[in-house]
Design a protein around this ligand. Sequence first.
Ligand SMILES: NC(=O)c1ccc[n+]([C@@H]2O[C@H](COP(=O)([O-])OP(=O)(O)OC[C@H]3O[C@@H](n4cnc5c(N)ncnc54)[C@H](OP(=O)(O)O)[C@@H]3O)[C@@H](O)[C@H]2O)c1
Length: 243
Amino acid sequence: MELRGKNALVTGSGIRLGRAIALALGEAGCNLALHYNSSVESVIQVKSDIEKMGRKARVFQQDLEDTSNVQDLMTRVCEEFGHIDILINNAGIYPPGPGKAATPEKINRVFNINLFSPWLLISAFASQLPKDAQGKVINISDGKIFQYGTDHFSYRVTKHAINTITAMFALELAPKITVNAIAPGTMLPLQGYEHANLQVVADRQIPLRRIGNPEIVAQNVLHILSQDFMTGHVIRVDGGEFL
Ligand SMILES: NC(=O)c1ccc[n+]([C@@H]2O[C@H](COP(=O)([O-])OP(=O)(O)OC[C@H]3O[C@@H](n4cnc5c(N)ncnc54)[C@H](OP(=O)(O)O)[C@@H]3O)[C@@H](O)[C@H]2O)c1
């Protein structure tokens, strides 16, 4: 896909990976619908950075925990942009805890934000795409789920499901829309642990002996968007950590 002049919606675009993806899309010539939930100051800075590149950028606040808001988000984006060509499902939460501690009530939140809202956004995206347009969806998954673990039970379940719906929607939405996912490895410390020394993690468990960064994920987004004959794949970007 030629990116210049295309309209892209990135969820969770104010900070960290979502911010880097939005800025890279702006550099590549896209106009940006910048979704955020609480990071208002950061997303306004991203908007300003993208406008300085000569692109259109608008911000859209929406709490994706309430899945009844999803169609409204897409409607507001389309009112502003006409339609969107690219959807990046990046927003997510990472609650800790094993399966024994989980209850359906407790895990509703992570399911709504990490799985149901991205799924509903893909449906809404497919419905708004003009008849003759080509569309691209990229879901941000997680490389760690390729090794089973007992931590972050509900998060892991949602990311497994994201990989599954990536393949299923790739089949359902072909030939107009490609649907792929990126499974990042260790990219950034958790929020609140910014001073953690991740090089220790890299030396111990990453074959390429370094951690990633948001820009590496953004480069892979651009790469996938440049590919028109690839759909249904989950690309691992993890330095070999979860092989
Ligand atoms: N960081 C890593 O090393 C890493 C590794 C593997 C996978 N990932 C995946 O990459 C994606 C981004 O992770 P990150 O570490 O960059 O971000 P993060 O620090 O986990 O931030 C979460 C993002 O999701 C948004 N969000 C959270 N709750 C929301 C809600 N209720 N409604 C709408 N949006 C909400 C936040 O928006 P606001 O800030 O505006 O509230 C923020 O942009 C996630 O899907 C994550 O699972 C990250």
